[in-house]
Design a protein around this ligand. Structure first.
Ligand SMILES: Nc1ncnc2c1ncn2[C@@H]1O[C@H](COP(=O)(O)OP(=O)(O)O)[C@@H](O)[C@H]1O
Ligand SMILES: [Mg+2]
Length: 283
């Protein structure tokens, strides 16, 4: 038997109805992301135009599993559009976006992207103001059930422990019974990060987490995000340079929709192209 007919036979075997169903079922259930190659996110050749203006222009970017990456860049560089593309809010005109090596993000709807393990924190905190800190985390745990079901659901010991862990992590243990509406701006931001963590995302996208925070809150946020790395991949978009310096290992500079420079904060800050388009702006 030659190679061609052998592979045709293989193909027929593969297409047998029971096998096909198995294949279909497997891909439908295949919601565990594969990061065995050490890469959490592959973005290649992403282009997105709005009325002829290229907000993203042939952008290629990789984020490692467990990495903490900061993305900086002047206003209009395409940072938010980039997050929109990753989370399925915006479809690019060209390019590919994979979560781990097995999930084609461009084939998933926004809620599916979230379900598969990409959490996004928008700039403005969105918490349930009339519920306590604890209840907020409880609700986040059952995001797919309604509020009523969630609050009458009896938590298992394991689930209570999980909430306890997150409360510690976000520094709100002492505030667990406080109504979220009474928290400071910074505390609300942490609660929202905590809520995202209840879903146990592998990748967390955070847009300008320290905007409007006090110095102390900013420091605590740096600590929180740093502590998440390793277990989660974290991408932080931020304008506050001191903050970026305090947390960043690897920094990506976006400019006109593509990557201008990548490296440590020192490397990018000393890059003349970066100084020209971005850091120089502030001097
Ligand atoms: N929905 C949209 N319609 C038209 N233009 C848009 C839209 N979203 C973003 N843009 C444009 O794309 C460019 C990049 O925007 P954005 O991704 O928000 O940049 P950044 O977050 O880095 O400030 C900007 O010039 C912005 O005006
Ligand atoms: Mg933006």
């Amino acid at each position: 038997m030659n190679a061609l007919s052998r592979s045709l036979d293989d193909f027929r075997e593969l297409m047998r109805r029971d096998q096909v169903f198995d294949l279909v079922n497997r891909s439908a259930r295949n919601d565990t992301v594969d990061m065995s190659h050490g890469v959490a996110l592959y973005l290649e050749g992403i282009t997105k135009s709005f009325d002829g203006f290229r907000a993203l222009d042939d952008l290629t970017l990789y984020i490692g599993d467990g990495e903490l990456r900061c993305i900086i860049g002047p206003n209009g560089a395409g940072k938010t559009t980039l997050m929109d593309v990753i989370t399925g809010k915006t479809r690019p005109d060209e390019g590919s976006a994979w979560f781990g090596s097995n999930m084609d993000l461009l084939r998933l709807k926004e809620h599916e992207v979230a379900q598969r393990g990409i959490g996004r924190k928008f700039q403005k905190p969105t918490v349930y103001e009339n519920h306590t800190v604890f209840e907020n985390l409880e609700l986040a745990m059952h995001a797919d059930r309604g509020i009523m079901t969630s609050l009458t659901w009896r938590l298992s010991g394991e689930q209570q422990d999980r909430i306890g862990e997150i409360l510690e992590l976000i520094g709100l243990t002492a505030r667990r019974d406080t109504e979220a509406g009474l928290l400071s701006h910074g505390q609300k931001q942490w609660l929202e990060i905590g809520s995202l963590l209840m879903q146990n995302p592998r990748l967390l996208l955070v847009d300008e987490p320290v905007a409007g925070m006090s110095g102390q809150e900013t420091e605590a946020t740096a600590e929180l995000l740093t502590s998440l790395a390793g277990k989660h991949s974290v991408v932080v978009v931020e304008h506050d340079m001191d903050f970026v310096r305090s947390i960043a290992r690897e920094v990506t500079v976006l400019h006109q929709g593509s990557v201008l420079a990548e490296g440590s904060m020192d490397q990018v800050q000393n890059d003349p192209r970066v100084r020209e388009v971005y850091l120089g702006e502030e001097e």
